[in-house]
Write a protein that binds this ligand. Structure first.
Ligand code: UT7
Length: 328
């Protein structure tokens, strides 16, 4: 009998060694630790070395997840990689580069672009593929935002950090991914974007550096509403109360967004896991990095319900209801 469900069989993450503090940024920019921390909750971020490429980080995280799952790369049926910062802008996909580096000789591979919501999108896409094909999927969220950040813009460069995380999803008798909700709001696509691309004929496009552009205030208020809506929908559709959820793992965009979300949900801020002070906003890698940290700290127990919730460029939003190490 084919398995109807999936479960997480391994996780791994990778953060670059280099730590850049708010004080380090204040040396070159008109900013300071007090402003950055009070407006964002960020104290420091990890920034990749000049010699590293994004796929280098994906490789490190993937090897850890594979080792934990006790799996060889050639057992994988698919590699699904979420990124806004591919090693190449268009071709080839980072997933294909990773497939080769790992020696995942029996796997298909493709990239998925849903910005900060990329991991929650990948989990659901991987679930569908793994159940249909009865083979394991490697999901990697891999973001080197330092490469698309304007380091002279104090409005954006203080926000982001680099990092990667990987999850192995395997077909399973027990249900380890109970539900996902995915949404998009393309009407607001210009609130958060990186210029360049093929929408204009060659020569018609103004030559501008490809940096993240964001309307922070408006993005903030839409983010809070979207995150709240996702949490409430997941609870309602699964007939759950917030107290039934052992761990809420939100995308780490801004601590003030999380504080406002907690108020709206009428829960103490401590119910929302956070590591933004140490790693800043790592886009789609933020949820799986935090998931991996919680696992390493021994905080996740078998059968715990985990709710993920994300919001990002696109605009995109969504969340998952995960059962950790489900027991029948
Ligand atoms: O990852 C998913 C999507 N991203 C988000 O969800 C991010 C959402 N937005 C935010 O997190 C916040 O809007 C920011 C942290 C980006 C900005 O915080 P804010 O409280 O909305 O500040 P602001 O942009 O309205 O700027 C307020 C003031 C301005 O000065 P004036 O015009 O009032 O004189 C800015 O120039 O703060 C100034 N400012 C800074 N000052 C010191 C902006 N950035 C800095 C800075 N240091 N780094």
């Amino acid at each position: 009998m084919p398995y109807k469900h999936v479960k997480i069989a391994g996780t791994g993450s990778y953060l670059p060694d280099r730590v850049v503090t708010n004080d380090d940024l204040a040396v070159k920019l008109d900013t300071n630790d007090e402003w950055i921390f009070s407006h964002t909750g960020i104290r420091q971020r990890r920034i990749a070395d000049d010699s590293q490429s994004p796929v280098d980080m994906a490789f490190e995280a993937s090897q850890k997840a594979l080792a934990e799952a006790g799996m060889e790369p050639d057992e994988l049926g698919m590699i699904l990689l979420s990124t806004c910062t591919g090693d190449y802008n268009y071709l080839p996909s980072s997933a294909c580069l990773l497939q080769h580096r790992l020696g995942a000789n029996n796997a298909g591979a493709f990239d998925l672009l849903a910005a900060c919501s990329g991991f929650v999108y990948c989990l659901e896409m991987a679930r569908c593929w793994a159940v249909c094909n009865q083979k394991p999927v490697l999901i990697v969220a891999n973001e080197m935002l330092s490469r698309i950040t304007d380091w002279e813009s104090r409005e954006t460069c203080i926000l982001f950090g680099d990092g990667a995380a990987a999850v192995i999803l395997t077909p399973s008798r027990e249900n380890g991914l109970l539900y996902s909700y995915l949404g998009a709001d393309g009407e607001n696509s210009r609130l958060l974007y990186v210029d360049g691309g093929s929408r204009l004929a060659r020569g018609r496009e103004p030559i501008a550096p490809s940096y993240v552009q964001m309307q922070g205030r408006t993005t903030f208020s839409i983010a809070v509403r979207a995150l709240e809506q996702v949490v409430l929908k997941i609870l309602k559709d699964n007939k759950l109360q917030i107290e039934d959820i052992a761990h809420i793992i939100p995308h780490q965009a801004n601590m003030r967004i999380l504080e406002t979300l907690a108020k709206r949900l009428n829960i103490p801020i401590e119910r929302l896991h956070a590591n933004i002070d140490r790693v800043a906003n790592t886009s789609s890698a933020s949820i799986p990095i935090l998931l991996d940290e919680l696992k390493e700290q021994g905080k996740l127990k078998p059968n715990d319900l985990i709710l993920t919730v994300a919001f990002g460029g696109g605009l995109t939003y969504g969340g998952n209801l995960i059962r950790w190490q489900p027991e029948s």
